[in-house]
Design a protein around this ligand. Sequence first.
Ligand SMILES: *Cc1c(COP(=O)(O)O)cnc(C)c1O
Length: 475
Amino acid sequence: MAALSPAQQDALRRLPSVDAVLADPRLMDIADRYDHAYVVSQAREAQNGARQRILDAPDDPACPAASVVADAVLCVLNGSRLRICCVINATGTVTHTNLGRALLAEPAVEAMNMAARHYVNLEYDVEAGARGHRDAVIEDVLRRLTGAEAATVVNNNAAAVLLTLRVLAEGREVVVSRGELVEIGGSFRLPDVMEAAGVRLREVGTTNRTHATDYEDAIGPETALLLKVHPSNYRVEGFTGEVALPELVAIGRAGGVPVVEDLGSGALLDLRRWGLPPEPQVSESVAAGADIVTFSGDKLLGGPQAGLIVGKSDAVERIRRHPMMRALRVDKYAYAALAATLDIFETDARPELRLPMLEMMTRDVAELERYADACVERWSVLLAPQVNVARAESTAQVGSGAQPATRLPSVAVTLDADGTGPAPLAAMLRRLDPPVIARVENDMVWLDTRTILVRDREALDAAMASLADELRDPR
Ligand SMILES: *Cc1c(COP(=O)(O)O)cnc(C)c1O
């Protein structure tokens, strides 16, 4: 380490000790509301920060002695621990796994709040005055929405697949097409999930084509079930062929083995109603005769993180009774939010107005253009001359492996910083309060308006104003 300059040595000498900071009336004023060890650690952090600023500037050390106490007060008030904080999603990816996936409909939020504040009938049959089952609040509505005989719910769809395979095929063979041995988002790789479930993978067919005879030839005494997997975030095009579920069910019946389908997103309604491309519907898989169908609670459903398992009563009952269920089941919040979300699917005439994810996917482009124009008008004044603001056509996407081929027409506000380039500008946006998460493309920063919540628009304007301050007066 380089020797300290006399100015640095002087600045360091003048830094107050942690004890002096703790004894300052400004800190003592607030300290008794907080844990003592926490206050000491925050005072030390403020002092360390000041020391670092001195060390970072050998020629002209700042003289932060005076600000250490004020910094310590802020450190105590704001904390330094990482918390979940709200961010503005300007990426254009509606269901963004890194940003928490689905936003819940208001009734689902209220149901979660209620469950947090009150005792609830989670496992209690109020009418009978006796113990009930947690699935009671979701099973009937799922039966009506999907046509299935029975339903249960676990932590997520990965857990649904894992548990289903474990219960129905432990130690035996599961037949899957090579075209469906997919990886979804890094940590869900079907062959690995099968291994973790304790089942043996029997691959059939090829990557691009699998025929009925491939399945038929694979069925033997070791076969526990036939598994069909929605390839989700990837698509095979060109010379392709797969065995559709009704035919696979017929093959399973003939061979005396059950058929399970992992739908991934799984739609409860026909998305064509909103001009969106069709996504496999859970009810179609049930009608085709699948013994079990699994799908996600927080992809197209727009509910809490959950994995839904619907199908034949005896299979669902075996899954429900398995010891692993206890480890994979969900809490009262998930049941509360899920029941409220399913209720919207069943009863609401305009679910797209209630479910934020569907609302974002179906938002009118003309409305996005008006909003983008208003942003350009305000922000170009704010951010000039460093940043050039313009409107551009964009494409948003559904995200989370749902509908990979679907490009949602969208409108972006682009920020072009001549001086700094897009990456530093995007980093500045992420440091705003709330952090704004944008896309970098074509040497510019893109804010896609489709995923910017209407309720966040004011906060985004305020964040842009503080970006303007920072551009004028870099810290
Ligand atoms: C997304 C997906 C999963 C995993 O679902 P999670 O709810 O994220 O656990 C499993 N299978 C398929 C086909 C998927 O698309």
